[in-house]
Design a protein around this ligand. Structure first.
Ligand code: ATP
Ligand code: MG
Length: 881
C-alpha cells in the first residue's frame, strides 16, 4: 500500500531527501530563460543550469536539487488526450557537476521511489541505453533487478543529445499502471507510447562531448542531470488515473465542472475540454506570474495561444461568460504556498487573463460561425482539407490565427492546406509592399541617384544651418539638373542640418538658399543610400545641381519637436514606473509640441494612473535634468540599462540619450535640459490593438494654448450662465438644475391634468354599444403628441373597463391612430390589435399591437372619418354574440 502523498508534500519529500544526500536546494528558476537566447521557455530542470554543465560558470555547489517550473510547447497538442502530458508541470531534479555519477544516481533514485515513497518495486521498470553496460550492471548487480525487467532502448529514447556540447545516455524509470491501460499491441512494454507504462523519472549521464559533427569524446567532468515530473509522481503515489486527477489539479478540474455544469467523466470530448482548460489556465497563470504578457510573437504568443484555446474550449462546454479568472483563482490558491509571488501578483495576473479572454471573445465570434459553415460544407462534400484560401480569409478578415483553425479542424478529423495558406500570406506581403512603394517609397528610394556611395552628412545635432552642395534634383519622379520658380521637387544635399522623418520624429522644415534663390523645405526623408531628400517648392530663382547652398532649419519648429521628444522619453519612464516593466514602446510619433506614444499594456489606464504619469513627467521637467547624448558600443549601452525597442536592429555603435533616470537608445533631437519642455498634459488614452494602448499629449506652447482656450471656454460659459466668474459656475449650474427639475415636475403635472381633462371629455362623448363604451375621436392640437395620446388611452382604460377608444391625430398629412380596450371589452373579444388593423386598413396604412393597446398609422386623411366609423360595426360584431 502506498503512502498517500499530496503533491505539495511530495515536492518537499524529494527536496529534503536530496538535501540529506548533500545537495544544495535552490528555488525554481523563472520560466523566462535568463541570458539564454536559444530557448523560448524553460522546459526542464537542467535548462537554466546549462553554464554549470558546460563548465562555463561555477555552480554554487557540486550537488544541487530543485523543483523547476517547466513549460513544454511541444506537448501542447497532447494535453487532454494523454494521461501524462501537461503544458506546464514541475520537474524535480538532482544534479551533479563533476561529483557523483551513475552508481549514486541510480541507487538514490531507487531508494527514493521504493523506500522513501514505498512504491511497489514490481510495478517499476528501469530502462537503459542499449550500449550502456555500466548502467545495466548497476541496475542488475547493485540494485538486484531481474535483467528481464530492464528495457534496453535506442538512441531516440535513451540518449540525450542536442547536436553539440555535453550529452550522454539515459536511464529511465517506468511505472506500470496495469493491464487495463494496455494498448493491446504485442510489444507493449516500457517505452511504448501508450498510457500503460508511464515514464516518471529520467536520469541523464552527461559523459560525452559532441563536437557538432557527431564525434563523441569522453568529458573530464562527468555530470548527473535527472528529471522527474512532480505531477506524474503524484499520480502514481495517489493511485489515480491521470495527472489531472492528482489532489491539487483535480480541484481545478472540479471548478471547471462546476462552472460548466458538466461533470468530469461524462463524455470523452467534454473531458478533453475540461482538461485543456485546467492545464492551460495553470500554465498561463504561472507564465504571467513570471512576467510573460500575451503578444503576437515568441513566448507572448505561446501564452496567447494557451489562453485562447482555454477560452474556446470553455465555449465548447457551453460556458457563455468570462470564466478563466475564476479558474485562475483556484490555481493561485493551490500553488501559492510553493510560489508566494502568486499572491502578490494575483490582481495583475487576473486582469491580464480577463482582458485577453474578453478581446478574444470580441474578435472570434464572427470567425467561428464562418468556420462552422465551412466545416459543414467540407462534411457535405466529403472533403477532408480546408483550402488555404478559406483559412487565409478567416485570418485576414476575422483575425483568426492559423493554429486555431487547425485545432478546430483537427477536432473534426479534418486538415488545413497550410502550404497554400502560406502562399496567400506571402502574396499579401507582396501586395502590401507594392502598395507602400506606390505611395511614395519609389519616389524616395527607388530612383537611382547614381550617387549611392556618398551618404549625406547630418549636422543637425550640432548646428541649425550648414553650407553644402546640391548633389541631385528630382522633379516629378525624374532626375533633372535644375528646379525653377514655382516648381515642386526634391533636392539632395551632401550635408544638411535637416532631421529626416525617422524613428517617429517628424522632419525639420526650413529653407535651402543661394543668395536670392529660395527653396522652401516642407518634408525630409532619408533613402536607402542614407541620402537626405529635401522636398518642397522653389519660392524664387532657379536652383541647379552643384550649386553651393545654405541649408537652414526652422528653429522654432525644431525646438517644439525637441520638447515633444524629450517629454516622450520622460513619459516612457513614468509609464514603466506606474504600470510596470512590461510597458514597452510599440510606436511613437513626435511632432511640434505634440506626441503620440503606443505601448504594451493590457487594460485602460485609470484616471489616477493617468494623473500619476502626468505628475511624474512634470516633476522630472521641473527637476531640470540635464539631457546628454552619447555614442557608445551597443554592449556598453545595454549595461547602462538603456531601453531598446524589442526586435529593432541596431548598429554596433548606438546613441544613448540620458535624462534623470531615463536612459534610451535614440537618434532623435532633444533639449539640453528637461525644464525647457514646459508644461506637459495628457490629452487622451485609448486602445489601438489588443494589448497596445495609445497616449496623446502636448508640451510647451501647445499646453499653453490648451490652457488659454479652456480658460476662454469657461469664461464664455460663465457669461452665458451669468455666473460672474468661472469659479461661480459650479454653484450657478447646481442652482439652474434645481430650477429645471422643479419646472419639469410642474409641467408634468400640468400636462397630466390636461390629459385627464381630455380623457374625461372624450369619455363623456362615448357611445354605448352592447354595454361597451365606444369612443372615436380626432384629437386636435400640437400639444398632443404620441406620448400624450398614449397617456389618454391609458387613463381611459384605467377608468373604464368597458372602454373601446380609438384616438387619432393628424400632423403634416400623416395619421397616427391608437386604440385601447378595457378589460371587459377584451373579455367580449374586442382586441385593440385587431381593431387597429381594421381601422388603419381603411385609411391606407397599417398597425398592430396587443389586445389592450395598439398603434398604427395611415396616409389618406380623407378616409379617416370613414375609418373611425368602422369601429362601431367592428364592436357590434362581438357584442351581438
Ligand atoms: P514523454 O515521453 O512521456 O513525453 P519525455 O521523454 O518527454 O516524456 P523527459 O524529457 O525525459 O520526458 O522529462 C523528464 C521527466 O519530466 C519525465 O520523466 C516526466 O516525468 C516529466 N515530464 C516530461 N514531459 C512532461 C509533460 N508534458 N507533463 C508532465 N510531466 C512531464
Ligand atoms: Mg515528451
Amino acid at each position: 500500500m502506498l503512502k498517500p502523498f499530496g503533491l505539495n508534500e511530495l515536492r518537499e519529500t524529494f527536496l529534503t531527501f536530496f538535501e540529506e544526500k548533500g545537495h544544495l536546494r535552490l528555488p525554481s528558476f523563472p520560466l523566462i530563460p535568463q541570458n539564454d537566447a536559444s530557448l523560448l521557455l524553460i522546459g526542464s530542470g537542467m535548462a537554466p543550469m546549462k553554464p554549470w554543465f558546460t563548465g562555463e560558470q561555477e555552480p554554487p555547489r557540486k550537488r544541487v536539487c530543485t523543483c523547476q517550473k517547466s513549460v513544454r510547447t511541444v506537448d501542447i497538442d497532447s494535453v487532454g488526450k494523454t494521461a501524462r502530458h501537461a503544458s506546464y508541470f514541475e520537474m524535480l531534479g538532482n544534479f551533479s557537476f563533476g561529483d557523483y555519477f551513475k552508481k549514486e544516481a541510480i541507487k538514490w533514485c531507487w531508494e527514493f521511489l521504493t523506500e522513501r515513497l514505498g512504491i511497489d518495486e514490481n510495478l517499476l521498470y528501469p530502462s537503459v541505453y542499449f550500449e550502456d553496460e555500466e548502467a545495466l550492471n548497476i541496475w542488475k548487480d547493485d540494485i538486484g533487478i531481474d535483467p528481464e525487467r530492464i528495457v534496453k532502448l535506442g538512441k531516440e529514447d535513451n540518449f540525450w543529445d542536442h547536436g553539440s556540447g555535453p550529452c550522454g545516455p539515459c536511464s529511465e524509470v517506468y511505472f506500470d499502471r496495469g493491464a487495463a491501460h494496455d494498448c493491446g499491441k504485442p510489444d507493449c512494454f516500457p517505452g511504448c507510447d501508450c498510457d500503460r507504462y508511464v515514464e516518471i523519472w529520467n536520469n541523464v549521464f552527461t559523459q560525452y562531448n559532441n563536437d557538432g559533427a557527431g564525434n563523441y569524446s569522453e568529458l573530464s567532468q562527468k555530470n548527473i542531470d535527472t528529471g522527474m515530473g512532480l505531477e506524474r509522481l503524484a499520480c502514481v503515489c495517489q493511485g489515480v488515473g491521470s495527472i489531472f486527477e492528482v489532489d491539487t489539479i483535480v480541484s481545478v478540474i472540479n471548478k471547471v465542472s462546476e462552472i460548466s455544469g458538466i461533470s468530469y467523466k461524462e463524455a470523452d470530448s467534454s473531458d478533453v475540454s475540461i482538461r485543456i482548460i485546467t492545464d492551460h489556465t495553470r500554465a498561463a497563470t504561472m507564465m504571467i506570474c513570471d512576467g510573460i504578457l500575451p503578444s503576437n510573437e515568441g513566448r507572448g504568443y505561446v501564452l496567447r495561444r494557451l489562453l485562447r484555446r482555454a477560452a474556446r474550449h470553455g465555449r465548447l462546454l457551453g460556458i457563455d461568460r468570462l470564466f478563466l479568472v475564476d479558474i485562475c483563482d483556484v490555481v493561485i490558491g493551490l500553488n501559492n504556498n510553493a510560489y508566494p509571488d502568486l499572491i502578490e501578483k494575483s490582481d495583475f495576473i487576473k486582469r491580464c487573463i480577463n482582458t485577453e479572454e474578453e478581446n478574444f471573445g470580441k474578435t472570434i465570434n464572427a470567425g467561428l460561425s464562418m468556420l462552422s459553415d465551412l466545416i459543414d460544407e467540407l462534411k457535405a462534400t466529403g472533403k477532408s482539407m480546408l483550402s488555404g484560401e478559406d483559412a487565409f480569409k478567416l485570418y485576414d478578415t476575422y483575425g483568426f490565427p492559423l493554429d486555431l483553425t487547425v485545432d478546430i479542424l483537427t477536432e473534426h478529423d479534418k486538415t488545413v492546406d497550410t502550404d497554400s495558406f502560406e502562399k496567400h500570406m506571402e502574396e499579401q506581403r507582396v501586395r502590401a509592399r507594392k502598395a507602400r512603394e506606390s505611395l511614395g517609397d519609389l519616389a524616395w528610394a527607388g530612383i537611382d541617384l547614381g550617387l549611392d556611395n556618398i551618404p549625406t552628412i547630418f549636422t543637425g545635432h550640432e548646428e541649425t544651418s550648414s553650407t553644402g552642395v546640391v548633389l541631385a534634383i528630382v522633379k516629378q519622379g525624374e532626375i533633372c539638373s535644375a528646379l525653377g520658380k514655382g516648381e515642386e521637387g526634391i533636392v539632395v544635399l551632401d550635408k544638411t542640418p535637416f532631421y529626416a522623418e525617422m524613428g517617429g520624429q517628424s522632419a525639420d522644415f526650413g529653407t535651402v538658399t543661394k543668395g536670392d534663390v529660395i527653396f522652401n523645405v516642407s518634408g525630409v526623408q532619408v533613402n536607402k543610400g542614407d541620402k537626405y531628400l529635401h522636398s518642397g517648392k522653389m519660392l524664387s530663382g532657379e536652383l541647379k545641381v552643384d550649386d553651393p547652398v545654405d541649408a537652414k532649419i526652422d528653429e522654432s519648429r525644431r525646438d517644439a519637436i525637441k520638447r515633444a521628444h524629450t517629454a516622450t522619453h520622460l513619459m516612457h519612464k513614468a509609464l514603466r514606473s506606474v504600470l510596470g516593466d512590461h510597458v514597452n514602446q510599440a510606436g511613437s510619433l513626435v511632432e511640434p509640441d505634440k506626441l503620440r506614444f503606443d505601448f504594451t499594456h493590457f487594460s485602460a489606464l485609470s484616471k489616477d494612473e493617468i494623473a500619476d504619469v502626468e505628475k511624474r513627467v512634470n516633476t522630472a521637467i521641473l527637476e531640470g535634468f540635464e539631457v546628454t547624448a552619447k555614442e557608445t558600443p551597443i554592449e556598453e549601452a545595454k549595461k547602462l540599462g538603456a531601453a531598446a525597442l524589442f526586435g529593432e536592429k541596431y548598429g554596433d555603435i548606438v546613441r544613448v540619450v540620458t535624462m534623470g533616470d531615463s536612459v534610451e537608445f535614440c537618434g532623435g533631437t532633444h533639449l539640453e535640459n528637461t525644464a525647457k519642455t514646459g508644461a506637459f498634459t495628457i490629452l487622451s488614452e485609448s486602445s489601438i490593438a489588443s494589448g497596445v494602448r495609445r497616449i496623446e499629449a502636448v508640451t510647451g506652447f501647445a499646453t499653453l494654448e490648451l490652457l488659454s482656450s479652456s480658460r476662454k471656454h469657461l469664461s464664455e460659459l460663465a457669461e452665458m450662465l451669468k455666473a460672474g466668474t468661472p469659479e461661480e459656475l459650479h454653484g450657478k449650474l447646481e442652482q439652474n438644475m434645481l430650477i429645471v427639475r422643479e419646472l419639469r415636475s410642474k409641467l408634468d403635472s400640468a400636462l397630466s391634468k390636461e390629459a385627464d381633462d381630455e380623457a374625461r371629455r372624450v369619455l363623456a362623448e362615448a357611445r354605448d354599444i352592447g354595454g361597451l363604451k365606444v369612443i372615436t375621436t380626432i384629437i386636435k392640437g400640437a400639444a398632443f403628441d404620441n406620448e400624450k395620446l398614449r397617456q389618454i388611452e391609458d387613463t381611459l382604460r384605467e377608468w373604464e373597463a368597458g372602454v373601446v377608444a380609438v384616438l387619432a391625430t393628424v400632423k403634416d398629412d400623416k395619421i397616427t391612430i391608437m386604440a385601447a380596450c378595457g378589460k371587459t371589452a377584451i373579455e367580449k373579444g374586442v382586441k385593440a390589435g385587431e381593431l387597429i388593423r381594421e381601422v388603419t386598413k381603411t385609411c391606407g396604412g397599417s398597425g398592430g399591437g396587443k389586445p389592450e393597446f395598439a398603434m398604427g398609422g395611415g396616409k389618406d386623411v380623407s378616409k379617416l372619418q370613414d375609418a373611425l366609423n368602422a369601429v362601431d360595426t367592428f364592436v357590434k360584431d362581438f357584442t351581438k354574440k
